[in-house]
Design a protein around this ligand. Structure first.
Ligand SMILES: [Zn+2]
Length: 170
Protein backbone atom coordinates (compact mmCIF):
# COMPACT_ATOMS: atom_id res chain seq x y z
CA UNK A 1 0.00 0.00 0.00
CA UNK A 2 1.01 3.60 -0.52
CA UNK A 3 1.54 6.42 1.93
CA UNK A 4 -1.27 9.00 1.69
CA UNK A 5 1.30 11.80 2.10
CA UNK A 6 4.34 10.92 -0.01
CA UNK A 7 2.82 8.11 -2.07
CA UNK A 8 5.78 5.86 -1.35
CA UNK A 9 5.19 2.18 -0.96
CA UNK A 10 4.99 1.46 2.75
CA UNK A 11 5.32 -1.72 4.66
CA UNK A 12 1.77 -2.60 5.77
CA UNK A 13 3.24 -4.08 8.97
CA UNK A 14 4.34 -0.61 10.09
CA UNK A 15 1.97 1.89 11.74
CA UNK A 16 3.44 4.84 9.87
CA UNK A 17 5.25 5.63 6.64
CA UNK A 18 8.93 4.80 6.90
CA UNK A 19 9.77 7.76 4.65
CA UNK A 20 7.76 10.68 6.03
CA UNK A 21 6.39 9.29 9.26
CA UNK A 22 2.73 9.87 8.40
CA UNK A 23 0.47 7.43 10.20
CA UNK A 24 -0.84 4.99 7.67
CA UNK A 25 -4.47 4.09 8.04
CA UNK A 26 -5.04 0.38 7.91
CA UNK A 27 -1.43 -0.54 8.56
CA UNK A 28 -0.92 -3.14 11.24
CA UNK A 29 1.77 -2.32 13.76
CA UNK A 30 4.63 -4.77 13.82
CA UNK A 31 4.64 -4.70 17.57
CA UNK A 32 1.65 -5.93 19.61
CA UNK A 33 -0.69 -3.37 20.99
CA UNK A 34 -0.45 -2.94 24.73
CA UNK A 35 -2.87 -5.43 26.09
CA UNK A 36 -5.12 -5.06 29.04
CA UNK A 37 -3.75 -7.15 31.87
CA UNK A 38 -5.58 -10.42 32.31
CA UNK A 39 -8.23 -10.39 34.97
CA UNK A 40 -7.03 -12.11 38.11
CA UNK A 41 -9.33 -13.74 40.54
CA UNK A 42 -8.36 -14.36 44.10
CA UNK A 43 -7.51 -17.98 44.84
CA UNK A 44 -9.84 -19.73 47.27
CA UNK A 45 -9.41 -18.48 50.82
CA UNK A 46 -8.05 -15.14 49.67
CA UNK A 47 -9.79 -11.83 49.31
CA UNK A 48 -9.46 -9.26 46.56
CA UNK A 49 -6.81 -6.67 47.33
CA UNK A 50 -6.97 -2.93 47.24
CA UNK A 51 -5.46 -1.69 43.94
CA UNK A 52 -1.72 -1.95 44.00
CA UNK A 53 -1.61 -4.50 46.76
CA UNK A 54 -1.17 -8.22 46.60
CA UNK A 55 -3.76 -10.70 47.64
CA UNK A 56 -3.79 -11.49 51.28
CA UNK A 57 -5.34 -14.38 53.20
CA UNK A 58 -8.97 -13.87 54.11
CA UNK A 59 -9.58 -13.44 57.83
CA UNK A 60 -10.14 -16.85 59.32
CA UNK A 61 -13.68 -17.49 60.43
CA UNK A 62 -13.48 -18.26 64.13
CA UNK A 63 -14.84 -21.70 64.87
CA UNK A 64 -17.37 -22.43 67.59
CA UNK A 65 -15.02 -24.92 69.27
CA UNK A 66 -13.91 -22.50 72.05
CA UNK A 67 -17.58 -21.68 72.65
CA UNK A 68 -18.42 -25.36 73.15
CA UNK A 69 -15.34 -25.83 75.35
CA UNK A 70 -16.27 -22.76 77.41
CA UNK A 71 -19.81 -23.99 78.02
CA UNK A 72 -18.59 -27.45 79.12
CA UNK A 73 -15.87 -26.06 81.40
CA UNK A 74 -18.28 -23.52 82.84
CA UNK A 75 -20.93 -26.18 83.59
CA UNK A 76 -18.24 -28.43 85.10
CA UNK A 77 -16.95 -25.54 87.21
CA UNK A 78 -20.41 -24.54 88.45
CA UNK A 79 -21.24 -28.16 89.35
CA UNK A 80 -17.93 -28.46 91.22
CA UNK A 81 -18.71 -25.18 92.99
CA UNK A 82 -22.10 -26.49 94.09
CA UNK A 83 -20.41 -29.72 95.21
CA UNK A 84 -17.81 -27.71 97.14
CA UNK A 85 -20.48 -25.60 98.81
CA UNK A 86 -22.39 -28.76 99.72
CA UNK A 87 -19.22 -30.25 101.19
CA UNK A 88 -18.60 -27.03 103.14
CA UNK A 89 -22.10 -27.35 104.59
CA UNK A 90 -21.33 -30.94 105.63
CA UNK A 91 -18.05 -29.75 107.17
CA UNK A 92 -19.88 -27.06 109.09
CA UNK A 93 -22.45 -29.60 110.28
CA UNK A 94 -19.65 -31.96 111.33
CA UNK A 95 -17.73 -29.27 113.17
CA UNK A 96 -18.72 -30.81 116.49
CA UNK A 97 -16.47 -33.79 115.63
CA UNK A 98 -12.90 -32.87 116.56
CA UNK A 99 -10.71 -32.63 113.41
CA UNK A 100 -13.23 -34.16 111.01
CA UNK A 101 -15.13 -30.94 110.37
CA UNK A 102 -11.88 -29.07 109.66
CA UNK A 103 -10.68 -31.69 107.15
CA UNK A 104 -14.01 -31.62 105.32
CA UNK A 105 -13.95 -27.82 105.31
CA UNK A 106 -10.42 -27.82 103.90
CA UNK A 107 -11.41 -30.26 101.14
CA UNK A 108 -14.43 -28.09 100.42
CA UNK A 109 -12.22 -24.98 100.20
CA UNK A 110 -9.87 -26.71 97.72
CA UNK A 111 -12.84 -27.85 95.62
CA UNK A 112 -14.25 -24.33 95.59
CA UNK A 113 -10.88 -22.86 94.51
CA UNK A 114 -10.59 -25.44 91.71
CA UNK A 115 -14.19 -24.72 90.70
CA UNK A 116 -13.56 -20.95 90.55
CA UNK A 117 -10.42 -21.51 88.42
CA UNK A 118 -12.50 -23.74 86.12
CA UNK A 119 -15.18 -21.04 85.83
CA UNK A 120 -12.52 -18.41 85.02
CA UNK A 121 -11.06 -20.73 82.36
CA UNK A 122 -14.53 -21.40 80.96
CA UNK A 123 -15.20 -17.66 80.65
CA UNK A 124 -11.83 -17.24 78.88
CA UNK A 125 -12.79 -19.97 76.41
CA UNK A 126 -16.21 -18.36 75.79
CA UNK A 127 -14.51 -15.06 75.03
CA UNK A 128 -11.73 -16.75 72.99
CA UNK A 129 -9.22 -14.92 75.14
CA UNK A 130 -6.17 -16.05 77.15
CA UNK A 131 -5.82 -19.56 75.75
CA UNK A 132 -3.43 -20.59 78.56
CA UNK A 133 -5.96 -19.68 81.25
CA UNK A 134 -8.72 -21.55 79.38
CA UNK A 135 -6.44 -24.59 79.28
CA UNK A 136 -5.60 -24.30 82.99
CA UNK A 137 -9.30 -23.85 83.79
CA UNK A 138 -10.13 -27.04 81.90
CA UNK A 139 -7.46 -28.93 83.87
CA UNK A 140 -8.85 -27.63 87.17
CA UNK A 141 -12.32 -28.56 86.00
CA UNK A 142 -11.02 -32.11 85.44
CA UNK A 143 -9.40 -32.43 88.87
CA UNK A 144 -12.31 -30.82 90.69
CA UNK A 145 -14.19 -34.09 90.01
CA UNK A 146 -17.66 -32.69 90.77
CA UNK A 147 -20.79 -34.73 91.31
CA UNK A 148 -20.31 -38.26 89.93
CA UNK A 149 -17.19 -37.21 87.98
CA UNK A 150 -19.31 -34.98 85.74
CA UNK A 151 -16.87 -32.06 86.14
CA UNK A 152 -13.95 -34.35 85.30
CA UNK A 153 -15.63 -35.60 82.13
CA UNK A 154 -16.70 -32.08 81.07
CA UNK A 155 -13.23 -30.77 81.92
CA UNK A 156 -11.54 -33.46 79.84
CA UNK A 157 -13.72 -32.76 76.79
CA UNK A 158 -13.22 -29.02 77.35
CA UNK A 159 -9.46 -29.51 77.62
CA UNK A 160 -9.34 -31.34 74.28
CA UNK A 161 -11.53 -28.68 72.62
CA UNK A 162 -9.41 -25.84 74.01
CA UNK A 163 -6.20 -27.61 73.00
CA UNK A 164 -7.30 -28.07 69.37
CA UNK A 165 -8.70 -24.56 68.97
CA UNK A 166 -5.66 -22.53 70.03
CA UNK A 167 -5.75 -20.57 66.75
CA UNK A 168 -9.26 -19.32 67.54
CA UNK A 169 -8.05 -17.57 70.67
CA UNK A 170 -6.90 -13.97 70.63
ZN1 LIG B 1 5.13 8.91 3.47
Amino acid sequence: MRCPNCQMEVDPARPSCNYCGTPVYGAQPAYPYPQAPPAYYPPPGYVAPAPGYGYYPAPRQPSSTPLAAGILILIGGVLALIDGAYMAAIGAAASFLPGVGDIIMMCAAIMIIFAILAIVGGICALQRKVWGLALVGAIFCMISIGPMFISSILGLIGLILVAISKDDFA
